[in-house]
Structures are given as structure tokens and as C-alpha cells.
Design a protein around this ligand. Structure first.
Ligand code: MIG
Length: 832
């Protein structure tokens, strides 16, 4: 009898001897391989490893040091997502493991390790040969090999360069006031990275562990990725590409996608800490309209409250919130109000959140069972126990009056949680949370386990509360802290940045990495939170932020503010022009929001997301970004003093967005892993009022007439800017912009294609889905790169055509095209 078979028998004996010993039933050991319908389970000594295929591209990996898996529950990956499976085939020959349609998964021994290859046999990711798993007192470390050409992105809102290779990071939600480029950890934890450039293609790895996890991405050992946690389950998901786009799709399938946001949230938003009175808010609204600066939202920071007490208002300065919401609403503004989670500890004072919270036992406790009390903005405060479903229900109900007053969205700040007067800036690790949650065993958990998901559960409660109280509206929550999967509940911003050029430089990589981590809606405080920017800095910031998902200017107490009108008419004019451009582009941006809700593709993405072959050795793309696949924004690397710099456009033809002119390459550069594609290189030196933006040839870009807020109906035709080229297409998406009616088919989605023909161009309107009636009575089709006169035909109709030789465009005015239709445009000479 082998010693491994002897151990369970010993366990039974011990269990019989004393019920007390049951808690410590010994570890099952042995060596066995059990093929499963959807994977393989291997026992290797005391280690138990189970790899299952959720789909042909997504693997779930569970490892237990003591031979037993813990509870099958997750705050991030739903039971439905975890429950997916596909049938697998055994590996040929003697190797242990299995194959899906796209992957081969081998489990090698001595040491036990996982090797994943694509269908062509190319390596995707393998555990390191040296110490693939190590355990120490419940803590674990996993090591994976890192190959020569891999780049690493993801991990949420970490600062620093886009490519995280060579760095190490810790996940511990932190109120990081005055953070800098090298500060870590910051506000959010997303234990998920994407590797781009492995021989077999991109993969993502999500570590489903809420403790203080860490990632070393080739820093300690340049040839290894190491990650681990101090406790909790060793459980992760491997998401195969081969493209980064497919990884993000798979990751958001597992962890959830943002739902379609209200259209107003895609407009320009103005905030500061704080607008001190209702009159000041009215003044901001009026000035925006007077200055003709389009804007949709004004934010109420903590000073609208009575002594910083959440869910109150200061009766002297904000006497009637409903009236204020109504008045600024008439000017086309929405209000978003902050509601911090700390509830003032105010017994017997008629403070309703305290009274109802105590009655329902909603607050976290000390180990001795007393309520945990600590100081934050309102003074001594209590902290809701958001890991209980009943506490979240109670919290959601607190929004009733604000929603009735017409507040359109809510801001959850300080939810790391931030605590004053403590060295750790947060709760003690032994603070007790209760898990009372469908799908989880009911138990208590320490703050060490819950800390990183506390903010996410706060936003979940807010989101669900809004959805319950205003069931036909789209909930809107902005959060500072969050975790993987938090994109389901809230948009986010990068916290307390500073008014410096370096912080503006940090914006693009931070927002790109948030997008690759599922958070498609993120922004950085425009102008920088702490400090007052120089006029040039605020102007540049507005220019770049106009192309980022959340366009919100915000400012710390004591600063002049980041409203666009500071610094005189010249600066204001430039800022206005970029904000206006944002509003003209809303039909395009909204179509990206629709796409995100359906696929998880972030609105703002790294260039390689859509152009995987474009990563070049000779050209720095790290400051560029895409807004959808069609637009490439290329801010100067040296923002404060643009010297001539090279912009690398992925292989193909491009147009200058501002002039509409076809880009003439200065030179081309060989690009891609295998030097298979060529980048188009142009040199730029943008003046302060210029930002290089390019459109891919093969794009149909929808634009609309200028409006001052999304509450206005655009007046005039929809414009389709057609940039002829290969795979030419664009998408229209529209609905009422605020309700849930789109889920019942009350939307409009229509794909449009274009094809260059021998004598001109055909623009094809495909079948329109949904029954929403658009605001546009007609459509102007503007074809770029067109020389000479033209004629056009749509069915029996001969639309009017106007060509502009100087701009190289032809404009064809057609009625709305709700049906399938071809717009045939011919060069005048060819039509003769
Ligand atoms: O301790 O609500 O990051 O945006 O203006 C500061 C006041 C609390 C921090 C947020 C900031 C907000 C501020 N808050």
C-alpha cells in the first residue's frame, strides 16, 4: 500500500477519535489524472490542479495546496459565467491534458506545470520550469515564462507607461492624494493583465482573488511573470486571443460589461470641489450658455451637504435641490451629486441614514462585535457592510429623495475606503464584514479579504438602488475605488491627479490600461485636480480629453478652477473649439458606446487593439491612442514644448481629420513582430491650437450639427464623412439617450458601407435595426479625396451634388435612408 493511499485512512481514524479534529482533516495526497468532460484534474502529492474549458478560448485554473478546493463563489465572475463549459478532447500520446478547438492544454509533471499552445502548436503561455507554484503559510506565488516579444497591459489604473513589462505592482485600493507616476498602489485593483506578442498570440490572465495580490511583470526575473496573494484561492482564468481585442471580449464576457450610459454623460462635464451654493451652480450653468461652451453636467461635491453628512443638503446654501435641478435642467444641464459611503455616527439626532442603518444592523464591526467607528468628512462615521445583500438594498434606498429631486447620477468617492487619522489610511485589517449573499456561504470575513472589493460593492449598491428607484432610466455612477468587474456598476476617474504637464502625459496610458481592463468609461480630472494649470496646460488638456471617454474637468479646493473660460478669450476659443468637436462627434462616440455594451471593446484603445501588426521597433506609439478603430489621436510626446515628432500610422492610407486631406507619408517604417507590415510615418509640430488627429481610409464617420447640450435636438442633416478605402464602413446608433426603451427594440442601428468603383463610389445603407425614429430629416454624404464634379443617384432620385475643389470633397444631400439603399456617385466625366 502506497503512503498516499494510507493517509485518508489515517484521517478517518483521527476523525473517529475526536470530532474536534474534524476541522483539521488531513490533506488528501496521491498521484492521479482524472480526465473530465470539460478538462483535466490532476493530483500531484498534496497539490490538486483542475483546468477546465469554459469555452474554446477561456480556461479556468484552480490549484489547491491542501488537496481541496475552497468555495466555488466569486464577486467578479458570475455563477453563470463560471458554469459555462465545452467538451474537450484528450491530448494525443501520453501527455496529460486536453484540447479545445483553439488551444492545447498540457499538464506536465516534475514539476507540475501548465503549458498552453494554440491550434498551430505555438506557445501561448507556459508555467516557468523553475518553481511554477510555491506556497507559504497560505500565501502563494505563480511563475509563468515571459518570452522575448511580449508586452503587458492592463491592471487597471496603475500609473506609468502603457507597457507594464519590467514593473511590479500591488493591488490594494488606496486614497492616493498627490500620487505620481511611480506611485503604487492607487485607487482601484484589477488583477488582470494582457500579454501581447507571445509566439502563439495574446492572452489575458485574471486572478480571481480579492486579497492584496501582486504582479511582477519581468522585474525581478526578466524572463518571468510572477504573481501571488497572501491568502485566498489560487484560481485564475486564462483568456486566449489571439488578438488583444478577443482577450478583452473574453474578459468582459467573464467579468461583465458596462451597460449603455446616458448620452448626457458623453458630453462635457464641469466640476469643482465645490460649487458652494445653488446660486454658484446657476452661475456656472448660465456662464456656459453665455460663453457658448457646450456642456451637459454640473457636479455637486461635498459642500452641498449639511456638515458633510451623506444624504443631506445644506439648507442655507442649497435650499431646494429639486428646484435647482429643474432650473439648470431647463438650460440643458444634469446634476450629479456626491454621496460618500461614511455615515455620520449621530445617535438621536434624526439623521435618517444613521437611524435606519442602526435599525438594520448595516455597519461593519470590530472583532469584539462593536461597531467600527472612524473619522472621515462628517467626523466620527460608520461604514456600511456592502458584502451583505440586505445592506446594499438599504443603501440603494437612501437615494430615493435625491432621485425624486431630479438628480441624474451619483458620485461614490472615498470608497477605498479612505479613513482619516490612521497610518494605513483605511480600516484595520481585522475589521469584520459579513458575507450574506446569494451564491456564497454565509460567514464573516476580515477587511484584509474584503478591502479591494469594498468600493465595487458600494457602487453595486448605488447602481442597483438607482435601477430600482428609477427603473426606466439608465443608472449613472462614478466611482474612485473599484475592482475587476466594477465596470458593470460604475464609470471611474483616476483620482487626485495634479495640474502638471507630466500628469497630462500620464492620462493617455492610464485611460488606455483602464479600457483594456474592462473600464471602458474613464477620465482624468481635466486640468489636474491639485493645483492650477498654466493657460497652455489647461488648453492642451481640454484638447486631448475631448477624445477620451469621460470628459470632466474638476478642481481641488482653493484653486481658481478648471472652467474653460479662465485665462482669457484666446485660450477659451481654442478650448471651445475642441469641446464643440466632441459634440459634433457624438453620433460616432455613441455608436462606440453601443459597441462596447455588446462586445466590451473600449471606446479609447491602444493602436495595436485594432492594428495588431503595428507595433514597431523604430517608432514610438506609446502616446497615441484610438477612439474607436477609425480615429487616431497623436498628442506630442513633449506636450509643453512640441518639437517635431514622428507619428506612426498603421499600414494603410489615412486622412487628416481636420483638413480632410489624404496623408502623404514622409517615410515608411517596417513594422510588426515579423517586420511584415509598414507604418506610415508623418512628422508633426502642432501649435497650441492644434492636435494631430487622423482617420483611417475606409471609414464612414457620422457627425452632427453643433448643439450646446445633448438635451437639444440637432438642427439639420446628419453628416456622413466618407473616407474611401478598403473595408469601408461605419455604423449609426441612436436611441432616446436616457431610458431603458432601447432594450425593447426602440433604437436605431444601421451599418453603412462604401465601395470604390471604376467611375466613382457606391455608399450602401444596410438594413436598419430597431424602430427608433432619428432626429435627422436628411443626410449629407461628404466624400473625401474627391476631385472634380459628380452626379449621384439613389433609386429613382437624383440628389443635389456640390463639389469643392479646394477641399477635394463632394457633398451629396439625400433623404434619410431607413431602407436598404445604394447611393451611387459618379465622376462627372464618367457619367457623360
Ligand atoms: O478628501 O469630495 O478625489 O475628487 O473633490 C477629498 C472632495 C475627498 C476626493 C476626490 C475629489 C473630491 C474630494 N474628495
Amino acid at each position: 500500500m502506497s503512503h498516499s493511499a494510507f493517509r485518508p485512512a489515517l484521517g478517518m481514524l483521527l476523525a473517529l477519535l475526536s470530532p474536534l479534529l474534524l476541522a483539521a482533516t488531513p490533506t488528501p495526497v496521491g498521484n492521479s489524472t482524472t480526465p473530465l468532460r470539460n478538462g483535466t484534474e490532476i493530483r500531484d502529492g498534496s497539490t490538486l490542479l483542475r483546468v477546465t474549458a469554459l469555452s474554446d478560448d477561456i480556461l479556468r485554473v484552480r490549484v489547491a495546496a491542501n488537496g481541496r478546493f475552497g468555495e466555488d463563489a466569486s464577486w467578479v465572475v458570475s455563477a453563470e459565467a463560471r458554469g459555462q463549459s465545452v467538451e474537450v478532447q484528450p491530448l494525443p500520446g501520453k501527455a496529460s491534458g486536453f484540447r479545445t478547438r483553439h488551444l492545447s492544454v498540457e499538464i506536465a509533471r516534475l514539476p507540475l506545470r501548465l503549458i498552453v499552445r494554440n491550434a498551430a502548436g505555438e506557445l501561448v503561455v507556459a508555467d516557468a520550469i523553475d518553481r511554477p507554484f510555491t506556497w507559504h503559510d497560505g500565501a502563494f506565488t505563480v511563475r509563468k515564462a515571459l518570452t522575448a516579444h511580449e508586452h503587458i497591459v492592463g491592471l487597471g489604473d496603475k500609473a506609468g507607461p502603457l507597457d507594464r513589462r519590467g514593473e511590479e505592482f500591488v493591488d490594494w485600493n488606496t486614497d492616493a492624494y498627490l500620487y505620481q507616476e511611480s506611485s503604487d498602489p492607487l485607487y482601484k485593483s484589477v488583477p488582470f493583465y494582457i500579454s501581447v506578442g507571445a509566439p502563439g498570440g495574446s492572452y489575458g490572465l485574471y486572478l480571481d482573488n480579492t486579497w492584496r495580490t501582486w504582479f511582477d511583470l519581468g522585474k525581478r526575473d526578466p524572463d518571468a511573470i510572477e504573481f501571488g496573494a497572501p491568502a485566498g484561492a489560487l484560481e485564475y482564468y486564462l483568456i486566449y486571443g489571439p488578438t488583444a481585442r478577443q482577450v478583452v471580449e473574453g474578459y468582459t464576457l467573464l467579468t461583465g460589461r458596462p451597460s449603455l450610459p446616458p448620452l448626457w454623460s458623453l458630453g462635457y462635464q464641469q466640476s469643482r470641489y465645490s460649487y458652494m451654493s445653488a446660486d454658484e451652480v446657476r452661475g456656472i450653468a448660465s456662464r456656459m450658455r453665455h460663453e457658448r461652451i457646450p456642456a451637459d453636467v454640473i457636479w455637486l461635491d461635498i459642500d452641498y451637504q449639511d456638515r458633510n453628512r451623506p444624504f443631506t443638503t445644506n439648507k442655507a446654501t442649497f435650499p431646494d435641490l429639486a428646484q435647482l435641478a429643474h432650473d439648470v435642467g431647463a438650460q440643458g444641464f444634469k446634476l450629479v451629486a456626491i454621496t460618500d459611503l461614511h455615515i455620520a455616527d449621530l445617535p438621536n439626532q434624526g439623521y435618517a441614514p444613521y437611524d435606519s442603518g442602526i435599525a438594520g444592523d448595516q455597519f461593519v464591526k470590530r472583532p469584539d462585535g462593536s461597531r467600527y467607528v472612524a473619522e472621515v468628512w462628517p467626523g466620527a462615521s460608520l461604514f456600511p457592510d456592502f458584502t451583505r445583500a440586505t445592506t446594499r438594498d438599504w443603501w440603494g434606498g437612501l437615494y430615493k429623495e435625491f432621485i425624486a429631486s431630479g438628480i441624474a447620477g451619483f458620485w461614490n468617492d472615498m470608497n477605498e475606503p479612505a479613513i482619516f487619522r490612521t497610518e494605513s489610511k483605511t480600516m484595520p485589517l481585522d475589521t469584520v464584514h459579513r458575507i450574506e449573499e446569494p451564491g456564497f456561504a454565509t460567514r464573516s470575513a476580515t477587511h484584509a479579504e474584503i478591502h479591494n472589493i469594498y468600493g465595487m460593492q458600494n457602487t453595486r449598491a448605488t447602481f442597483d438602488g438607482e435601477a430600482r428607484l428609477a427603473p426606466n432610466e439608465r443608472p449613472y455612477v462614478m466611482t474612485r475605488a473599484s475592482f475587476a468587474g466594477g465596470q458593470r456598476y460604475a464609470v471611474t476617474w483616476t483620482g487626485d491627479n495634479s495640474s502638471t504637464w507630466n500628469h497630462l502625459r500620464m492620462v493617455v496610458p492610464m485611460l488606455l490600461n483602464l479600457g483594456m481592463s474592462g473600464f471602458a468609461y474613464s477620465g482624468a480630472d481635466v486640468g489636474g485636480y491639485a493645483g492650477q494649470p498654466t493657460p497652455e496646460l489647461l488648453t492642451r488638456w481640454d484638447e486631448i480629453a475631448a477624445f477620451t471617454p469621460v470628459f470632466r474637468a474638476h478642481s481641488a479646493k482653493g484653486s481658481v478652477g478648471k472652467e474653460p473660460w479662465h485665462d482669457g478669450p484666446e485660450q477659451t476659443a481654442i478650448r471651445r473649439r475642441f469641446i464643440e468637436e466632441r459634440y459634433r462627434l457624438l453620433p460616432y462616440i455613441y455608436s462606440l458606446a453601443d459597441l462596447n455594451a455588446r462586445t466590451g471593446a473600449p471606446l479609447m484603445r491602444p493602436v495595436f487593439f485594432d492594428y495588431p501588426d503595428s507595433i514597431t521597433a523604430g517608432c514610438d506609439q506609446s502616446t497615441d491612442f484610438l477612439l474607436g478603430a477609425a480615429m487616431l489621436i497623436a498628442p506630442p510626446p513633449n506636450l509643453e514644448d512640441p518639437a517635431p515628432y514622428r507619428i506612426c500610422l498603421p499600414e494603410g492610407r489615412w486622412y487628416d481629420y481636420w483638413s480632410g486631406a489624404a496623408v502623404v507619408a514622409d517615410t515608411t517604417l517596417t513594422a510588426g513582430w515579423n517586420d511584415q507590415s509598414k507604418s506610415v510615418v508623418v512628422t508633426a509640430t502642432p501649435a497650441l491650437n492644434e492636435l494631430p488627429v487622423f482617420v483611417r481610409a475606409g471609414t464612414i464617420l457620422p457627425r452632427q450639427p453643433l448643439i450646446q447640450s445633448t438635451s437639444e435636438t440637432p438642427n439639420g442633416p446628419l453628416t456622413l464623412e466618407v473616407y474611401p478605402g478598403d473595408d469601408c464602413h461605419g455604423t449609426l446608433y441612436l436611441d432616446d439617450g436616457h431610458s431603458q426603451a432601447y432594450r425593447q427594440g426602440h433604437y436605431l442601428r444601421q451599418r453603412i458601407r462604401c465601395l470604390t468603383t471604376a467611375d466613382g463610389l457606391v455608399v450602401t445603407f444596410e438594413t436598419r435595426a430597431g424602430d427608433y425614429r432619428p432626429w435627422w430629416p436628411s443626410i449629407d454624404v461628404v466624400i473625401h479625396g474627391w476631385d472634380g464634379a459628380a452626379s449621384a443617384q439613389v433609386g429613382a432620385l437624383t440628389p443635389s451634388v456640390e463639389s469643392n475643389a479646394a477641399l477635394h470633397v463632394v457633398r451629396v444631400a439625400i433623404p434619410d435612408q431607413p431602407q436598404v439603399a445604394d447611393v451611387v456617385v459618379r465622376h462627372a466625366t464618367a457619367a457623360r
